[in-house]
Design a binder for this molecule. Structure first.
Ligand SMILES: Nc1ncnc2c1ncn2[C@@H]1O[C@H](COP(=O)(O)OP(=O)(O)O)[C@@H](O)[C@H]1O
Ligand SMILES: [Mg+2]
Length: 162
């Protein structure tokens, strides 16, 4: 099956610009939302996730789930599932039952998502964060499926580039 695809580039000159993107996406997120993050260590995947969590009303501290792989939070508008799959082995992936999260009642962010691309649902928002020095980041978004393609199109109306 072919999925609709749309792309957008979000340029963050400051950390606050990354926060602004996360907040906007959080406002659109519904149960089953999937944001697949990639980018080198220190790019800002966890910082983005923290801003997203805060925006959906998660109270308390959102840390990098590097060692726990997955953490669940209760948000005000919906649950938040935060994954870091950098160290995930195929056996662990089976045990975790990732689909229960992806198709569950919350929004999911996966850090290092491309490492488990074949386990991800087809429809998702991919974000690739590139560190440009200082606080500058280039965030390349690919929306796969009508919902996420629509998010990219909407971002282009509020300042994202083609
Ligand atoms: N524009 C920006 N977007 C995201 N993080 C930024 C930005 N500018 C500076 N930072 C800082 O860069 C670091 C990113 O770290 P982190 O989010 O843990 O990266 P990752 O999870 O990709 O390894 C944080 O210390 C954050 O405060
Ligand atoms: Mg991280």
């Amino acid at each position: 099956m072919q999925h609709e695809i749309s792309r957008a580039i979000w340029t963050a000159h400051t950390e606050q610009d990354t926060v602004a993107l996360a907040r906007q996406l959080a406002a659109w997120a519904r149960p089953g939302a999937l944001l697949a993050l990639d980018g080198d260590l220190g790019a800002g995947k966890t910082r983005f996730s923290q801003a997203f969590a805060e925006a959906i009303g998660v109270k308390g501290i959102v840390n990098s789930p590097t060692f726990t792989i997955i953490k669940e939070y209760e948000g005000e508008s919906l649950p938040f599932y935060h994954m870091d799959v950098y160290r995930l082995t195929p056996d662990e992936a089976d045990e975790l039952g990732l689909d229960d999260y992806f198709y569950g009642g919350g929004a999911t962010i996966v850090e290092w998502a491309s490492l488990i691309r074949e386990l991800l649902p087809d429809e998702r928002l991919e974000l690739y964060i590139e560190h440009l020095g200082g606080e500058s980041r280039r965030i390349a978004l690919t929306g796969i499926g009508a919902t996420y393609a629509g998010w990219c199109d909407a971002l282009k109306k509020i300042g994202a580039d083609e």
